[in-house]
Design a protein around this ligand. Structure first.
Ligand SMILES: [Zn+2]
Length: 269
């Protein structure tokens, strides 16, 4: 009976893994609150690094994008709207066409991306894709893969604080851990489509972004994007399949909002 506490603890953690696991089959030994903690630390790091991340302080621009984000997180498929932050930051850098999310739902969009795309539905698609990375907790899933066994052992042995602190410290040497795998990308695309179904925007709008990226592949402005978001022909094919399967009617101005978006673009610095 001496080993009982060990099994009890193991069962408890298995329960946590199963209980908090979201989206598909990833195993995650972090809690959603851990995601928020990690994300908040990262958000502060980013805020303190204005050289690499010059934040745009323009309230009307920020509000326009934040309002789109708010509508997306009202989708019935969103689980962590009351736990995660879902706070938007715009990075004033026209030379980077990218967006990213930290664990816990801080979403970052570069002005380069805002200028690159042509309609509001595409922006909604990109934001929804980033929300999906947060909701599926892809970053802490990857951390689980990298550190999982040793964390679990340390937790069982009761030595967790030092190791968790070490992981947190290692995270902030660059945002490399935000780099998504191909499967994470598929999953985020799929959930983005799902989230948009309950909104005013065309759910297949990410396709416009993919196609424009494909046309501009050689452009060095896209290098960062392509390194953190692998864009393969498969992603385009998968989305097209989905659109076909759902028999989506052809998009139009009423669900793309190109005109509204072009007016917004004129307000960018
Ligand atoms: Zn992604």
């Amino acid at each position: 009976m001496k080993s009982f506490p060990f099994f009890k603890k193991t069962l408890f953690f298995l329960f946590l893994v199963l209980f908090f696991n979201s989206c598909k089959d990833g195993i995650n030994i972090f809690s959603p609150q851990d995601d928020v903690k990690l994300g908040t630390q990262l958000h502060q790091e980013i805020g303190n690094n204005s050289k690499e991340y010059p934040i745009l302080n323009n309230l009307s621009v920020k509000n326009y994008v934040q309002n789109i984000l708010n509508k997306i997180i009202n989708s019935p498929s969103i689980k962590f709207r009351n736990t995660f932050k879902y706070e938007l930051t715009i990075i004033n850098d026209d030379k980077t066409i990218n967006a990213f999310a930290t664990p816990g739902g801080y979403i970052y969009v570069y002005t380069g991306l805002l200028k690159f795309i042509d309609n509001e539905a595409t922006l909604a698609g990109i934001l929804a894709h980033e929300v999906a990375h947060a909701e599926c907790r892809h970053a802490t899933e990857r951390l689980t893969k990298a550190y999982g066994v040793s964390i679990l052992l340390n937790l069982i042995l009761g030595e967790e604080p030092s190791l968790l602190a070490e992981i947190a410290a290692n995270l902030f040497t660059g945002l490399a851990f935000l780099k998504n795998s191909r499967d994470d990308e598929y999953e985020a695309d799929s959930y983005a489509y799902e989230y948009l179904k309950s909104t005013e925007w065309y759910p297949g709008a990410l396709i416009y972004f993919f196609e424009k990226v494909k046309q501009n592949e050689g452009n060095s402005f896209l290098a960062v994007l392509l390194s953190t978001h692998p864009l393969s022909k498969d992603r385009i094919d998968k989305l097209n399949e989905r659109i076909k399967k759902d028999n989506l009617p052809q998009p139009n101005e009423k669900n793309l909002f190109s005109e509204r978006y072009q007016n917004f673009k004129k307000t960018l610095p």
